[in-house]
Write a protein of this length. Structure first.
Length: 101
């Protein structure tokens, strides 16, 4: 699940309550130990950080194989360069096989 919160100080407690209710009704639960938060233009208070033992990330998080950065202008650079490098390595590897493959 990926969520965007505009007012984290009030929305985060509500979101955590929704996750808890979902777990009670469905028999499933959100794995809080794996939950990551990437604050963008927000500094969490000490109380919020202590109340919710989540992984607060400063620079980036990975979601479904895509790196989400705090600085939105770096999204393309961070993700494209990785993919481009992998494709280049594959092409180099495949070129050794010639036209027989």
């Amino acid at each position: 699940i990926i969520s965007y919160l505009q007012k984290p100080d009030t929305a985060l407690p509500l979101l955590m309550s929704i996750f808890d209710d979902y777990g009670k009704m469905s028999g499933y639960k959100v794995n809080i130990n794996k939950t990551q938060i990437l604050p963008i233009m927000y500094k969490a208070s000490k109380e919020i950080r202590q109340l919710y033992k989540l992984k607060w990330k400063a620079q980036s998080i990975r979601y479904l194989g895509v790196v989400l950065t705090q600085d939105l202008s770096k999204l393309y650079e961070v993700n494209y360069n990785i993919i481009n490098n992998n494709v280049q390595k594959d092409v180099t590897k495949w070129s050794h096989f010639g036209r027989h493959v």
